[in-house]
Design a protein around this ligand. Structure first.
Ligand SMILES: *Cc1c(COP(=O)(O)O)cnc(C)c1O
Length: 366
């Protein structure tokens, strides 16, 4: 019998790897600590939750088609021009729209070797060619990125700091990269973990956009620091000339009115933000130092997670992930980021952190 004829999806949309979300194991009969998605260990901003409740009775009305109420709140909080803020259901989707809008079939999307998996996946889904530039010491290397630029390069994406490594590049290097880059290549700086960074040489690339750079976009998210991952809200600060084309790719009503209300309220919930920062400032260095005491090499994370190398290689890393999942501590190996022998755990609650370290000690036989 001949194979039945079926409607065929567009090949580049379904070929290649798909996004692998962090593992969830809610059926376990142990207490589960999900440390695989870099979610907030202190819950959501209470002001956001309150605003969402209040908004629930007006859901029969369409929100603003451009997401203006949220763009205005962001502009006010960060002293930016609201006309240059594009909001979306998470920054992952914003990056997808940027790639869709600026990289045509066969064009190249460039990123550092151990970048967030979405860049590669979204590039491929847009029919573009993903190109990874080698890193040096688990850090984006601007010279290596510049060397990888070809006439077909249209978009260059870096996360600063990066996920899963947590490493950052100094603002001076971001500026140098931008200056050396061909002006028709769009530089996207993904600042999903901006709020956590303490390094003195770190700085947001936001001023590069404000200063009139026509080829830089900065993205931010409400998912991590503000504890609103399930709400789906993120934003991009874009050059004036790119605002109109990006809103076209985006389409109308990109963010639900609930998400707009919640995200806007979280922006000025300074009490929650202080707690989120204090929690990470305490538990990130603690976790790094405990993991290092056990003899593991860690990357220099400035974000809300730790990444460490498993000496036995990829199989040993997977075995450790499986063993700790059994115990209720869910992390993930970085195999999607060309680091299969490294494992990442998010900063969690005090109970999750002390419990995780106890289990790691037991696993190492110490
Ligand atoms: C978590 C994360 C995002 C944010 O995704 P949302 O779609 O906003 O939830 C973006 N970039 C990186 C590098 C991340 O780790």
């Amino acid at each position: 019998m001949p194979a039945p004829v079926t409607p065929k999806p567009v090949a580049h949309l379904i070929e290649g790897p798909n996004f692998t979300p962090g593992r969830v194991n809610w059926d376990a009969d142990v207490e589960v600590h999900k440390l695989s998605n870099n979610e907030s260990p202190i819950g959501s901003s209470p002001a956001a939750v309150e605003a969402i409740r209040e908004h629930a009775s007006s859901l029969y009305i369409y929100g603003d088609a451009d997401g203006l109420p949220l763009a205005m709140a962001i502009a006010e909080r960060f002293e930016l021009d609201p006309a240059r803020i594009i909001v979306g259901p998470g920054s992952e989707q914003l990056i997808n729209w940027i790639i869709q809008g600026w990289a045509d079939r066969g064009d190249e999307v460039l990123y550092p070797e151990h970048a967030f998996q979405s860049y590669r996946i979204r590039a491929r889904m847009c029919g573009a060619v993903p190109v990874a530039a080698p890193e040096t010491g688990l850090r984006a290397d601007i010279q290596s990125l510049l060397d990888a630029v070809t006439p077909r390069t249209k978009v260059l994406v870096i996360a600063n700091p990066n996920n899963p490594t947590g490493t950052h590049i100094p603002l001076a290097e971001v500026k140098a990269l931008r200056e050396a880059l061909r002006p028709d290549v769009l530089l996207v700086v993904d600042e999903a973990y901006f709020e956590y960074v303490n390094a003195a040489d770190y700085g947001s690339a936001m001023p590069l956009v404000t200063a009139g750079g026509e080829n830089v976009i900065v993205t931010r998210t409400f998912s991590k620091f503000y504890g609103l991952a399930g709400l789906r809200a993120g934003w991009a600060h874009v050059p004036s000339s790119l605002a109109a084309p990006l809103s076209r790719v985006r389409g109308p009503y990109p963010v639900s009115s609930l998400a707009m209300a919640g995200a806007a309220a979280a922006l000025t919930d300074f009490e929650f933000q202080k707690r989120a920062k204090a929690h990470n400032d305490k538990w990130l260095p603690w976790l790094v130092s405990e993991v290092e005491k056990l003899g593991y090499e860690t990357s220099r994370s400035e974000a809300n997670f730790v990444l460490f190398r498993i000496p036995g290689g990829a199989e040993a890393a997977q075995a450790l992930e499986d063993a700790l999942t059994e115990k209720g501590f869910i992390g993930r190996t970085a195999h999607q980021n060309a680091l299969p022998n490294w494992i990442r755990f998010s900063v969690g609650t005090e109970r999750a952190m002390t419990g995780l370290v106890e289990e790691l000690k037991a696993y190492r036989g110490q």
